[in-house]
Each structure stands twice: as structure tokens, then as C-alpha cells.
Design a protein around this ligand. Structure first.
Ligand code: ACM
Ligand code: ZN
Length: 730
């Protein structure tokens, strides 16, 4: 391990680079000043941690004792007499700066000093990073002297628990990791279109209705946090120097609340909790007083649960046009002299802001809250770009920078290296308004993040982000990379499924080889030691299931379920590939008009598609689908099954009709049947439809032709598509 290696060099005390090089210590974020010392401090059972007698200092000492025990198996005792400890936590008012601390490790002992308990806790987190990762006897800590303080006070991570639900244990584990890397704000995105996740006692339907959605496959998805669970998380975070800031989205991203209480919207229409992603036209009606009664009551309960002096109200992505069609909203605009819909948005935000101010809370909102004018006391979270930051700063507002740290960005578009090497705070405007720049936040939106793959989106990128938030002088990529890799060993020891630095965890490609009659799943892996464990019976693979590395070959149709593991840690959700028997397997298909180049999946590869962009679908936008299969020989067939996709969100509709034809010579055709289909362009649920023809008695034929006529009418000016993934001849 690096640390051990460094310790050895420091012990020998002959090599010039054994001193004063911060990279010898795998500490992230890099402390502001690090000086290597001589020798090591040995941890011994029965040793003492001395800490001030107050409850908070004693808690921090207990936390350190527990972590040392967990990692090194050494048992220490806590005392309050300062001179008795070889590890000492000490309040020292001469240490200046919020969150600042000093850590001195010598052969004789360890001293963590800070002006207050916040600094003591960060010093403890730094000390933890110096503990040996592997068992040594006795465990040692390298001598070092560190003086440290953060660059920004606001070092946040946001987790969207609405699109996907994350259990309390998952959140506490992330809070532990955040504290280890000196983040101090957990922004808890608790409500959105697809789910309301916080219990509100005055409005039980928010969680009995709004926390649940019926997925396309009929399953019920959801969950919520009880008020007791929220109090528990807040206290857990607070003990770790982390403030929890709740986000209750309004006036947009409110479909789940409106599904529970339809009177909140302008139309009052009953809706269901959406199962798809995007911006919805279900927004709070600004013109009805009842909307504010509801929101005030909700905020009454929210502000009691969260001691944070801030409440985030979202405010982003509001389709304000909805208010243009609402008599109540328009009447309010007229009465108050508001300028258009932006005026209504601004009125809404200011009214909520005043309500919160009455409870001693400052309002935070995404940068759209500036639309129509904004009070300078609001805090603006910048996501759309530095031009929005410039507007907010000019208006006198405080800001939090989030846009450059969006963790839902795919890793190949935000590699660890790019993220580290670009410092988004390096902007003269921010220097000029430095008092208004509170810091930054890394949001994880969860449309595609679940408890199974979130670790890899958060880590290792949060390591780079922690350094931007903490240390203005940390710019040396090579140095950082060594320290980050040192951290990865520790993260692995905590079973954190951190991702690759610049690649996906795994990309799959399944294909059928007609010559060998073989399906081959090829896996491009982000780690060489990643193993793909699989099952063939539809069950979930475990670390004990059979596995492969690059390639798996199958010679019979199967339902293949694959999941990536390193050791016994699963890195993301499993993926299922369905292969089916088909008399036309591997047979050539010709088209009157070939499918689009982008969607040109093989119709006789025996592979069933799932979503429109998984590579299995053939698509036509400007023509009907007219496909002919040559079975090679006269073949007895009992059924022909064609599969089509309806995915109206992406302009993919079922065909209006499907006709099945056969021919012995490929020239003269007999139409067996034409099946008409009722197409509903407003049915937004993605679904795959089987259109099957079964002749009364088996037919012997060589050529099978299928003509699917398209819907043919543009929707919102865009021509619609036909998508098919397989023609199954039985
Ligand atoms: C956002 O990403 N809509 C704040
Ligand atoms: Zn309205």
C-alpha cells in the first residue's frame, strides 16, 4: 500500500522527497499545508484519546475511537484530562477560519486542534485517512504536520430521491462518505413529478398516493421517508458536520403532489404519478389561495424537521405557459399588475420566500427563480451556466455553483481527469464577488441512478469535486490521481462500488452469428477485474453465479441476465437479454425501403429488444415497413409473430395494419391476413405489442413477407416512426 511504502521511506529518513510532498499522503481533499515529519506514531491497545468534557467533543472522540477500532482493531479509551492522552483533541481559539484545524502527528502522539468542534471533526476525518488500510502490528500513523481550512463553506452533494427511492441506510452510508471527504451539505431532493417522498401529516395522500407510481410493466414503484426517519437522518448528518437542506419542488415538478391533490393545479384535473422523465405541464396554480395554504402548511412541517436555516424550493423548469390559460392566474396577474407569466413566477417565489423568512429560513432556488425579478436575499443555485451566475451576482444574491458538477453526466463526457483539471470557480467574476459565492454542489439526478449504480456515479468523481470545494491550490492532476487511487483502495474496503475514471462500468453488445448459429454477448469492461455473473433462468445473478470476462457464447435461445461484480460487490443493476427460437433465425431479410441507418436492428437474430435505442430495433420514419424473409427452403410454419413498439414520447407508434403474405418463389404472393390495429398516439406508456397470425392449418412456404403500414400523420410537426425488433416464424 502506498501509505506503508511512504512510512518506510520516512522511517529511513534519507531520501529528500520523503519530506514536504503532500502526495505522499493519500489525503483527499488535499489539505492546504502538509509537512511530512520523521517516524511514525504507534497505536497501542489501551491508549487514550483525550478530549474536552463537553458532549460534542466527547462524541467526536468516540467517533474516532470507533473508526480506529474498525480499521485497525486497536482499542482506545477516552479521557477528559488533556495530558493523559497520546491522541489529544483540543480547542485552540488562536486557530483562525471556519472549519480550520491543525493536525500534528509525531512519534510521541497526535494532536488535533481547532477553534471549535467543527474543525476538530474535520481533523479527525483527516487522521482517519492516515490510518493503515491493512493490518499491521502495531498499526502506525506517519508523522506529519497539517494546517488546513476549506476554500468554501458550502460543499454540497444533492441526491434526487424522487425519481428513484433510496433507503435510509443508503443515505446514511453516503453521509458517512461525504463527511470523510469533508462535504458539509446534504441537499435532499425530496419531491418531484415521479414521487413525493416526505411524510406530511396534514396531507396523508402526498405519500399514500404521491409516493407511488404504476410502472409500464404494471409494477408499483415508490417509497417515502417518515418524519421519524427524516429526524434520524438529520441528526446522523449533523453529528458528522453535515447540514441537511430539504428541497420541496414548486411550482413545477409537482405532478406527484397534484396526483394526490388535483385542486393544486390550474385545471384541477385528476392525473396519475408519471412514470416517464421530462418537464410536465402539471404545475401549481398561482391564482388560487388554496395553493399557498397547502404550501404554507407543508412548509410548516418541513421547517420543523430540518434545523437548517435554508429551504430549497426548486423553482426550475416551470412551463409558465400553463398559467396563461388559467382564469385564476390571469385574474391575479391583473390584480397585482404582474408582467406576464414570468411575473406570476416571481410573485410565487417571493410569496413563499416571505413565508419562509417569517420562520427564520432563507429560500434557495434553482436559477430560474430569477425570472421576472428576484429578491436579493434569495440564494440561487446555478445550473444553467455562468451567465446565470453573473445575473444573480449583479442582483446581489448569494450563489451556489452546481452546473459543472452534474453527476448524472455520463462518465465519458465528464471524466475524472476533465473534472479535476477544470476549476469552475476560476472565474474573475467569482473573485470579484467572492462574498456572494457560498460554494458548490454536486447533484445526482436519479432518472438513471438507483441504489445499485449510484456509487459509481458519485465515486471517484466526488473526490475531484471535494478538492475543488476545499483546496484552491490543488491543481496537479498526477498528484491527485495517485491520491485518488489510494482512496479507491479504502473505498473498495468499504464495499463502495466506485466507477472507472473515464469509461462505463460495462457496455454490452449481443449479436447472432448465422454461420455458427451462436449468440455472442461481448462485454467491454471498465475494470479488468470486473466479472460478469449470469443466470439463464430469469433469476438475479449473485457473486456465486457462473461468470465470464469479455465474451459469453450461447448456442440455444435463453433468457440471459447479467450483472457486473468486483469480488462480491455488485456494480450496477443486472441487464436481461432475451433470445427466442425462430424458424427464420439468421435468414436474410430484404426490404422495399431499408430501415433508417440509426435504427437498423436485425429482424431475424432471435434477440428481443426492450427499449427503442438498445440496438435491436429497425425503424422507418418516411416509409412503411415492407420486409421479406427467405427461409432458404420450403418450410412448414404454424405462426408468424411480428413485434412492434409503441413509445409515443419518442414519436414511435404502432402500425395501422399488418399484413402477412407468403410465396413459394418470391414473385407471386398470397396474402394470408391483414390485421388492423387501433393506434392511440396519446397513449404515452411504452409497450411492445405482438401481432400474431396463426393459419388454421400449417402452411409450407419459402418466403414470408410482412407489410406494416405506418400511422403516417405528423405529431407536433414531427413525422412518426414504426419500430420492429423481430419477426418470429414458428
Ligand atoms: C435542474 O437540473 N432542473 C435544476
Ligand atoms: Zn392557475
Amino acid at each position: 500500500m502506498r501509505l506503508k511504502w511512504v512510512t518506510l521511506l520516512a522511517g529511513l529518513c534519507v531520501l529528500p522527497w520523503a519530506t514536504a510532498n503532500a502526495a505522499q499522503f493519500d489525503i483527499v481533499p488535499e489539505p492546504q499545508h502538509v509537512t511530512a515529519g520523521h517516524g511514525v506514531f504507534e497505536l497501542q491497545d489501551g491508549g487514550r484519546i483525550a478530549a474536552p468534557a463537553n458532549a460534542r467533543a466527547q462524541w467526536i472522540a468516540g467517533f474516532l475511537r470507533d473508526k480506529i477500532k474498525q480499521q485497525t482493531d486497536v482499542d482506545l479509551k477516552i479521557v477528559t484530562t488533556p495530558d493523559e492522552g497520546r491522541i489529544t483533541l483540543r480547542i485552540d481559539p488562536s486557530i483562525k477560519g471556519n472549519d480550520a484545524y491543525r493536525l500534528d502527528v509525531t512519534r510521541k502522539g497526535v494532536v488535533i486542534a481547532a477553534a471549535d468542534d467543527r474543525g476538530l471533526f474535520w481533523g479527525v476525518e483527516t487522521l482517519r485517512q492516515l490510518l493503515p488500510l491493512q493490518n499491521e502490528t502495531p498499526p502506525t500513523i506517519p508523522a506529519v504536520s497539517i494546517q488546513d481550512a476549506p476554500r468554501y463553506a458550502w460543499r454540497g452533494v444533492m441526491l434526487d430521491t424522487a425519481r428513484h427511492f433510496y433507503p435510509v441506510d443508503f443515505i446514511k452510508r453516503q453521509i458517512d462518505l461525504m463527511a470523510y471527504y469533508k462535504f458539509d451539505v446534504f441537499h435532499w431532493h425530496l419531491t418531484d413529478d415521479q414521487g413525493w417522498r416526505i411524510q406530511i401529516k396534514q396531507y396523508p395522500k402526498l405519500t399514500s398516493v404521491g409516493a407511488w407510481r404504476k410502472e409500464a410493466d404494471g409494477s408499483r414503484y415508490g417509497g417515502f421517508y417518515t418524519q421519524a426517519q427524516i429526524r434520524d437522518v438529520v441528526a446522523y448528518a449533523r453529528a458528522r458536520n453535515i447540514m441537511v437542506v430539504p428541497e420541496i419542488e414548486m411550482p413545477g415538478h409537482t405532478s406527484a403532489a397534484i396526483a394526490a391533490y388535483p385542486e393544486l393545479s390550474c385545471s384541477g384535473k385528476q392525473i396519475t404519478v408519471p412514470t416517464t422523465w421530462g418537464v410536465f405541464r402539471n404545475v401549481d396554480c398561482v391564482g388560487k389561495d388554496g395553493t399557498f395554504t397547502f404550501l404554507d402548511n407543508v412548509l410548516d412541517e418541513v421547517t420543523k424537521l430540518f434545523p437548517s436555516p435554508y429551504v430549497h424550493i426548486g423553482g426550475d423548469e416551470v412551463p409558465e405557459g400553463v398559467w396563461a390559460d388559467c382564469a385564476s392566474c390571469q385574474a391575479l396577474a391583473k390584480e397585482k399588475g404582474l408582467q406576464g407569466e414570468a411575473g406570476l413566477h416571481s410573485y410565487f417565489v417571493k410569496r413563499i420566500q416571505q413565508y419562509l423568512a417569517g420562520k427564520g429560513k432563507a429560500l434557495i432556488g434553482w436559477d430560474e427563480i430569477m425570472e421576472g425579478g428576484m429578491d436579493p436575499n434569495a440564494i440561487v443555485e446555478i445550473w444553467r451556466g455562468p451567465q446565470e451566475a453573473a445575473k444573480a451576482l449583479a442582483n446581489g444574491n448569494r450563489i451556489i455553483i452546481a452546473g459543472p458538477f452534474y453527476l448524472d453526466t455520463p462518465i465519458d463526457r465528464m471524466t475524472l481527469k476533465d473534472l479535476y483539471r477544470t476549476d469552475p470557480f476560476d472565474n474573475p467574476l467569482y473573485a470579484k464577488h467572492s462574498k456572494q459565492v457560498l460554494g458548490g454542489e454536486a447533484p445526482l439526478w436519479s432518472e438513471r441512478a438507483t441504489p445499485l449504480n449510484a456509487d459509481a456515479r458519485l465515486y471517484p468523481r466526488l473526490l475531484a469535486i471535494s478538492e475543488h470545494f476545499w483546496n484552491p491550490d490543488a491543481h496537479d492532476w498526477n498528484d491527485f490521481l495517485l491520491r485518488a487511487r489510494g482512496q479507491e483502495a479504502w473505498l473498495a474496503s468499504r464495499h463502495v462500488a466506485y466507477g472507472p475514471e473515464d469509461k462505463d462500468i460495462v457496455d454490452y453488445h449481443l449479436s447472432f452469428n448465422p454461420t455458427y448459429k451462436r449468440w455472442r454477448l461481448r462485454a467491454t469492461r471498465g475494470f479488468d477485474d470486473l466479472r460478469l455473473h449470469y443466470t439463464l433462468d430469469g433469476s438475479q445473478p449473485t457473486a456465486g453465479s457462473p461468470s465470464f470476462g469479455d465474451v459469453l457464447d450461447l448456442y440455444a435461445p435463453a433468457t440471459l441476465t447479467v450483472a457486473p461484480f468486483r469480488g462480491d460487490v455488485q456494480y450496477q443493476a443486472s441487464q436481461t437479454f432475451k433470445m427466442v427460437p425462430n424458424l427464420a433465425l439468421g435468414d436474410p431479410v430484404t426490404f422495399a425501403t431499408p430501415p433508417s441507418a440509426r435504427y437498423s436492428g436485425d429482424l431475424t437474430d432471435g434477440i428481443l429488444g426492450s427499449q427503442y435505442n438498445d440496438g435491436d430495433w429497425a425503424g422507418w420514419q418516411d416509409a412503411d415497413m415492407d420486409a421479406t424473409i427467405d427461409l432458404g427452403n420450403p418450410t412448414e410454419l404454424h405462426a408468424i409473430d411480428a413485434r412492434f413498439l409503441q413509445n409515443a414520447q419518442d414519436w414511435i407508434l404502432l402500425p395501422r395494419s399488418v399484413s402477412f403474405e407468403v410465396s413459394g418463389d418470391g414473385k407471386s404472393w398470397t396474402t394470408l391476413k391483414t390485421i388492423p390495429i387501433t393506434v392511440d398516439p396519446n397513449d404515452m406508456r411504452p409497450a411492445i405489442h405482438d401481432i400474431t397470425f396463426m393459419p388454421p392449418s400449417p402452411i409450407v412456404t419459402r418466403y414470408v413477407r410482412l407489410v406494416a403500414t405506418r400511422y403516417g400523420q405528423p405529431i407536433n410537426g414531427i413525422q412518426t416512426w414504426i419500430f420492429s425488433d423481430e419477426i418470429i416464424v414458428k
